[in-house]
Design a protein around this ligand. Structure first.
Ligand SMILES: [Zn+2]
Length: 271
């Protein structure tokens, strides 16, 4: 059996409901779980590493001071909560640039607690999985995430960014060329880059996904809802690929799509 976790990053209080619906209805209708990595309290002038305004903020958005909490968008919260196929992971706190790459353990813990509290205030359950903005952790940030969450999903793992006490585990993972590993009760997941990305030619995406999914036990597929729209207009060729991916995942007998929560409950092999 091959297992797949679909992770969509950057849902926040300014995300239009109809965009998520347009992308994920074919998954929800087929009973395929969609893991939304939700920004609990989005910064209204959140910046990308290159200094530009983050594209998960609405088109025409005028950057301003302050933040917006998920609970301030009750329609979005209700939509996510009433569709049982959506599973919420915590995506940082404010989604500041490299938010967990520049913090000591105390600051990381404080941000994680604030973010978790914002999700609880919106009516979501306490998240079991954590995704850092831009998939970047300092050593302290990683240690803080592993202490608080059952699952940490990121891009890849570098020795220098792992807590010293983890180095023996890390060496063992490295020796086995294992993409995912476990430290204590926390599962640490890598992913093969954003295969579902507009930076790739549409016709190459599904073949790359098939190779990846069928080549290993568990694959995390990462995408970003805002990439499927250009100046507010849907990018049909890319949305079609996403929906073809849903059909492929649902119709292939030896593939199971799971949530981070199901992984945390145990019973899913990592390799
Ligand atoms: Zn993000």
């Amino acid at each position: 059996m091959h297992y797949v976790i679909l992770r969509d990053d950057d849902t926040n209080a300014l995300t239009p409901v109809n965009r998520l619906e347009q992308l994920y209805l074919p998954f929800l209708e087929r009973g395929l779980p969609v893991n939304l990595a939700v920004i609990p309290e989005v910064r209204l002038d959140a910046r990308r590493p290159d200094g530009g305004i983050e594209r998960f903020l609405p088109e025409g958005h005028r950057p301003s001071e302050g933040t917006r909490r998920m609970e301030e968008n009750p329609a979005l919260v209700a939509y996510v909560r009433t569709n049982s196929g959506y599973h919420v992971a915590q995506h940082g706190c404010f989604h500041d640039c490299f938010e967990f790459d520049r913090v000591d353990q105390k600051a990381a813990t404080h941000l994680m607690e604030r973010g978790a509290r914002r999700l609880l205030e919106a009516g979501f359950e306490r998240p079991r999985a954590f995704v850092a903005p831009h998939d970047r952790f300092s050593r302290s940030g990683m240690a803080a995430a592993a202490r608080r969450f059952d699952v940490v999903s990121t891009g890849w793992f570098e020795l220098g960014r792992q807590p010293l006490a983890w180095w023996p585990h890390y060496s063992w993972k490295k020796a086995r060329c294992a993409p995912h590993w476990q430290v204590g009760s926390t599962t640490l997941l890598s992913h093969p880059g954003c295969l579902l990305s507009r930076a790739r030619a549409p016709k190459t995406i599904l073949p790359a996904i098939r190779r990846q999914v069928e080549g290993q036990r568990l694959t995390v597929l990462v995408t970003h809802w805002w990439e499927y729209f250009d100046a507010g207009q849907p990018v049909s060729a890319f949305i079609d690929v996403l929906h073809e991916t849903a059909a492929y995942l649902a119709n292939t007998p030896n593939i199971r799509v799971i949530s981070f929560g199901e992984l945390a409950r145990g019973g899913v092999p990592l390799s």
